[in-house]
Write a protein that binds this ligand. Structure first.
Ligand SMILES: *Cc1c(COP(=O)(O)O)cnc(C)c1O
Length: 228
């Protein structure tokens, strides 16, 4: 199947999952994750209507962003090292993987001279996996309170990457848990903090994620095929 066909099939499945759970199909946005994908295939996807791209590595993203910059919006979805913060704030529209005060402070410091307020999403490590980024659930609200005072960042919601399962239903409890966390944080009414975005669900489990409230799904393989 072509990239355009993959995309239209995913969009159908997104709409069906939204409707099943009583949500408006337009309430879920697709982030096409383009790590290892070459520019020509990314351009095919953009021509077919993909509007948001996600990249995991600053270096890899740089050339792609230069080529496509204004046609799409770019989300950083990888692990961000503090020493790359200065590039990330120049290149990306949204940073989905903020998980420490140190990183947030560096992003804030680097965004300031650019006159930008960067929309960010706080990544949560729900299963405390050492291989993954993300703040511990018990520390999430405290991190958000500290980050909320940084003037050049704006918290928009939560992101997670649950443990990998072959059956998507096994990821569902994690998606529900992230939604519940976001509701609790919204109730805490931290000044300047929005909890409008829930970034969860990938190629294998995005329908379950949408049914549990995802507003951003991050999909690579199902659009572009297997990665090398
Ligand atoms: C690679 C990646 C994805 C996409 O994974 P697929 O299974 O290929 O859809 C989503 N989110 C993050 C953070 C990733 O690194």
């Amino acid at each position: 199947m072509s990239i355009a066909e993959n995309l239209s099939r995913i969009e159908e499945r997104m709409a069906e999952a939204a409707i099943r759970s009583g949500r408006a199909p337009g309430s879920v946005k697709l982030v096409g994750v383009t790590k290892t994908v070459d520019l020509d295939r990314i351009k095919d996807a953009v021509s077919a209507g993909l509007q948001i791209l996600g990249e995991n590595y600053v270096q890899e993203a740089r050339d792609k962003i230069r080529e496509l910059k204004d046609r799409v919006s770019w989300h950083f979805v990888g692990r961000l090292q503090t020493n790359k913060a200065k590039y990330a704030v120049k290149l990306f529209d949204v940073i989905q993987t903020v998980d420490s005060l140190k990183l947030a402070q560096e992003l804030n410091r680097r965004a300031q001279p650019l006159g930008r307020t960067i929309p960010i999403i706080i990544q949560v490590n729900l299963a405390s996996e050492v291989s993954k980024g993300g703040v511990e659930p018990s520390e999430c609200l405290s991190l958000i309170r500290h980050v909320s005072v940084l003037e050049n960042l704006q918290i928009r919601g939560l992101m997670t990457m649950p443990p990998f399962f072959h059956q998507p239903e096994r990821a569902r409890p994690y998606f529900a848990q992230l939604r519940e966390m976001s509701q609790k944080i919204a109730e805490a009414q931290v000044a300047g903090v929005e909890m409008n975005e829930l970034s969860m669900g990938m190629s294998g489990d995005f329908e379950a994620a949408i049914e549990e409230g995802a507003t951003l799904i991050r999909v690579g393989t199902a659009i572009f095929g297997e990665r090398p």
